[in-house]
Design a protein around this ligand. Sequence first.
Ligand code: 13P
Length: 347
Amino acid sequence: MTTYRPEKADELIQTARAMVAPGKGILAIDESNGTCNKRFEAVGIDPSEEKRRQYRELLLTTPDLETYVSGAILYDETIRQSTADGKSFIDVMRERGQVVGIKVDTGAKPLAGSDGEKVTEGLDGLRERIAEYYGMGARFAKWRAVITIGRDGRPTRGCIEANAHALARYAALCQEGGLVPIIEPEVLIDGDHDIDTCERVTEEELNEVFRQLYHQNVMLEGVILKTSMVISGKDAASRAGVEEVADRTVETLLRTVPAALGGVVFLSGGQGVEESTAHLNAMHQRHGDRLPWPLTFSYARAIQGPALGYWKGESANAEEAQKRAFKRAKFNGLASEGKYSADMESA
Ligand code: 13P
């Protein structure tokens, strides 16, 4: 069981290494149209297909982004789009030596029989969709499960097991088709829970995910884990500081994530922009020599936020918006080697 190698094992391992190459992380721009529109509307941008295209072009063509960004996760609409002068986004990325990724889940839906928990869907027809994306040039995929911490015993075992099982089925299909699966079991930051509760839930969730990956014959060397940090709930009465988040996150990962894994990346999950960078940096400064896997970022909001807020859908703002995206990518790239310092923010 443990020695199972998918047909494309060598290619998968190579892809995973490129995704988490030293000093780099992954840009997430795989918001579904609905989520992207919501973010646009919040800053007064017209939620149209053309605006989504312009925005993704702005981000993907940011000068020198490839220095700190190894690849990007796209959405189905985006992977089929091109720049205004007709170059496909896939070619834009490949020419910069970046790896193309694609979100393949179809969203978190209400889990039947539960009180408000969710299970992520998208397994039906997935083998065929993976084949199409691979043919287009994608080399990794993403599937996000959401785990809610709440009163009344949430998350339940039923929710944790259903999501972990789906993640493992997805991961096995990806590897069969030559895509490195990013498995993303996100423990949501929403709520007033303390960091102990987040740690306990994250540990339980990750243990179950790796158990299910084992049962589905997934080759860990060709998998990237995208996880939330161990952090206090957004509305907690007193929130843990940077060093505690860094320490608890690393300790929890060391207890639960096999050393053979291809790499670990973080989502930002509603943390502040600078906070997301500081947490990653502190993990490397305090524990860098103990980490058995590359540990870096795969942020969406923590990289895009400042750029989106500045752009506002106006072409005259595009260049400055790109500078803001680049700044976050660079600082997070530095943080992934413990070389960031808060003083750089004002420099
Ligand atoms: P955030 O960094 O905004 O949490 O997004 C990452 C992501 O890919 C969510 O699925």
